[in-house]
Design a protein around this ligand. Structure first.
Ligand code: GLC
Ligand code: CA
Length: 577
């Protein structure tokens, strides 16, 4: 472990090629940042093995810079058997050889920082991969051993322990327990996995588990990571009292348990873990930041977002909402109030690597909202995927029109905005992927009852031609449909009316306009939201279909062409008054 850092260059480990970290007094950079999520395996492939890599990211830094984002969040790049797209981490302090090397990571960080962009690293603390050294050690060690104690092992029920310790089902389908073979070859104990069986849950009562994650946070902070995205932040600590064995699934009972007392999720004591993490973050200048992925009730989010804890939390409310003025208004008002109470800023997001892309969701009839704790958003997009995911069933034009309107509204809100790779191209979900090509464990564990998340993880189309549309020199690890060519970044960059040009303009303007974290609602018709930000910045979204009048002023940007000075349906405009 290295000493606490105070200066800007002290964070660079000896022997790496990184340039000094810019000496910024701006400890608040994250509060209103636009953060672009890269799913590394599907972003850009430099060496042509069909899998995106760090060299690919490095090759696209100009693109990121021109897009106008403030930070990049990279989904896991760690060594992994890819049982869950890399969220099964075999070594938290290394890079998957298929993705790159630590030296390339340093080079990427230097290049991002050189371009004025921050980097956010994904930390997966609830579970490791079953290939992690600790789990291999646990399997090789006897029941009751200290090595097993780092995970959650139990004896099975039944005469010979042949039945799982309880009936819990995993989030990804199937039982939440897997039986192991003991070192002597006999059938043995069972271990808990809330997700895939290749993702054994850690025991967060263990001091060595806690210490190891502190070491990991320092490791990446020392290498220049500016912040962390915390996977399943509402997991980690558990109460394995047999009294809870009656639950049916690992998300059962979320509504009935007293706050903070569900055996698995959102337990009060998880914040002791994050208080320790905060002391590590604050060893650095500027302090490292963190954002919690916590699927909890809105009133519970503040604890994760507290300055004594992780500092910020995702709110998935807009992502779960219909394209509806009243829902948007309530969500925006509630979350701004909650963030203020937490002493934080809020986050907004419409798409990520876990959900159907919003250009497609908005082209389907309204969605039923998911229940808290559901990792994967339910609703008509799931039904559409199950019907075969035919693009002909989606109103693509309407979906994109609404997506652009929603995004322009989001980019005008106080707080940080999270963008998912490809949404700046207007990419729809890929619904049609042959079963043999699918990768998401939810598809396999549910025997196809869930289609899963591969459709938003298809490698990006950079060019309209080429074997993988410019993703790399050869293939693509998930098949790209032929219509992906129509969304290629290259031609869009040259077309001022493209979705890419629209995102660039919006992000550039956001930089100019984003000021104090205030928002004031203005009177508007039922289908319309109208708010102002400091500096005469008016934002009007017409959720309906009839054109409405705009306030007098200079139209800075609109998500669709205006209709003779009026704001057409399903359109957002930014106006300076
Ligand atoms: C988070 C990730 C998701 C992953 C799960 C288990 O929800 O976003 O992709 O499958 O955690 O790690
Ligand atoms: Ca590659």
């Amino acid at each position: 472990m290295s000493a606490p850092h105070t200066g800007s260059t002290a964070t660079i480990p000896a022997g790496t090629a990184t340039v000094p970290y810019p000496d910024t007094p701006d400890a608040d950079w994250w509060r209103q940042a636009a953060v672009y999520q890269i799913y590394p395996r599907s972003f850009a492939d430099a060496n042509g093995d069909g899998i995106g890599d760090l060299r690919g990211v490095i090759s696209r830094i100009d693109y990121l810079k021109e897009l106008g984002i403030d930070a990049v969040w990279l989904s896991p790049f760690y060594p992994s058997a890819l049982a869950d797209g890399g969220y099964d981490v075999a070594d938290y302090r290394d890079i998957d050889p298929r993705i790159g090397t630590l030296e390339e990571f340093d080079e990427m960080v230097a290049a991002l920082h050189g371009a004025g962009l921050k980097i956010v690293v994904d930390i997966v603390p609830n579970h490791t991969s079953d290939l992690h050294a600790w789990f291999r050690e646990a399997l090789a060690s006897p029941r009751g051993s200290s090595a097993r104690g780092r995970y959650i092992f139990r004896d099975g029920k039944g005469e010979h322990g042949e039945l799982p310790p309880n009936g819990w089902a995993s989030i990804f389908g199937g039982p939440a327990w897997e039986r192991v073979t003991e070192p002597d070859g006999t059938p043995g104990q069972w271990y808990l996995h809330l997700f895939a069986k290749e993702q054994p849950d850690l025991n967060w009562d263990r001091r060595d588990v806690r210490d190891d994650f502190l070491a990991t946070l320092r490791f990446w902070s020392d290498r220049g990571a500016d912040g962390f995205r915390i996977d399943v932040a509402h997991g980690l600590t558990k109460n394995m009292d047999p009294a809870f064995d009656a639950l049916r699934t690992v998300i059962d009972g979320l509504d009935t348990f007293e706050d903070g007392q569900h055996p698995i999720w959102d337990r009060d004591e998880v914040h002791e873990v994050y208080a320790e993490w905060r002391t590590v973050f604050n060893e650095y200048a500027p302090p490292r930041t963190a954002v919690a992925e916590a699927w909890v009730e809105a009133h519970r989010l503040a604890r994760y977002a507290s300055p004594d804890g992780l500092g910020q939390a995702f709110n998935f409310d807009l992502l779960e909402a219909d394209f509806d003025a009243a829902q948007f208004r309530r969500i925006i008002a509630d979350n701004l109030a909650l963030a203020t109470r937490a002493g934080s800023s809020t986050t907004w997001v419409f798409s990520n690597h876990d959900v159907t892309r919003h250009a497609t969701r908005y082209g389907l009839p309204p969605a039923a909202s998911a229940r808290p704790g559901d990792m994967l958003v339910g609703g008509p997009d799931k039904a559409w995927l199950l019907r075969g995911g035919d693009p002909a069933e989606v109103d693509i034009a309407r979906g994109l029109r609404r997506a652009r309107a929603a995004t322009l509204l989001m980019l005008a809100l106080p707080g940080s905005a999270y963008l998912y790779q490809g949404e700046e191209l207007g990419l729809p979900e890929v619904g049609q992927i042959p079963a043999a090509d699918r990768q998401d464990p939810t598809f396999f564990r549910t025997h196809g009852a869930e289609i899963g998340r591969d459709g938003c993880r298809v490698p990006l189309p950079w060019e309209p031609t080429g074997t993988s549309l410019g993703f790399g020199p050869y293939g693509s690890h998930l098949p790209q449909p032929t219509w992906f060519a129509d969304y290629a970044a290259g031609p869009q960059a040259a077309d001022p009316t493209s979705t890419l040009s629209f995102y660039r303009r919006a992000l550039a303007l956001r930089h100019e306009l984003q000021g104090a974290e205030h928002l004031h609602w203005q009177d508007a018709a039922a289908d319309v939201l109208h708010f102002t930000r400091p500096g005469g910045w008016h934002v009007v979204t017409n959720f309906g279909t009839t054109p409405v009048d705009l306030p007098e002023g200079e139209v800075l940007l609109a998500s669709a062409p205006l209709a003779g000075g009026c704001l057409p349906g399903e359109t957002t405009a930014w106006i300076r008054v």
